[in-house]
Design a protein around this ligand. Sequence first.
Ligand code: FES
Length: 105
Amino acid sequence: MKVKLFESQAKAKEVLNDNEPRLVRAEGKEICIVRKGERIFAFQDACAHMGENLHKGKTNYLNEIVCPLHTYRFNMKTGEEAEQRCKSLKVYDIITDSEGIHLEI
Ligand code: FES
């Protein structure tokens, strides 16, 4: 199922600061989205370690989200934790088409 996030890339840039994690709720799920340049990443907001909100974390230059509670680092594309200390995050596809930018749930 596609859920529209933005009308256009320009709108996404206007609303989402680069590298600033943001919480979105869609279809009863809490999802963290991060824009890095032209690219948008989407993954479950609850940390796979002990459930902290990842949108309160920070990103790094390796395209990882760093959990604010115990600093586990998750690859925002694959969801994998950098040192395999816990299971991976669920990641979501972002689809861009003529109607805008969508989250695939
Ligand atoms: S809850 Fe995220 S690293 Fe522990």
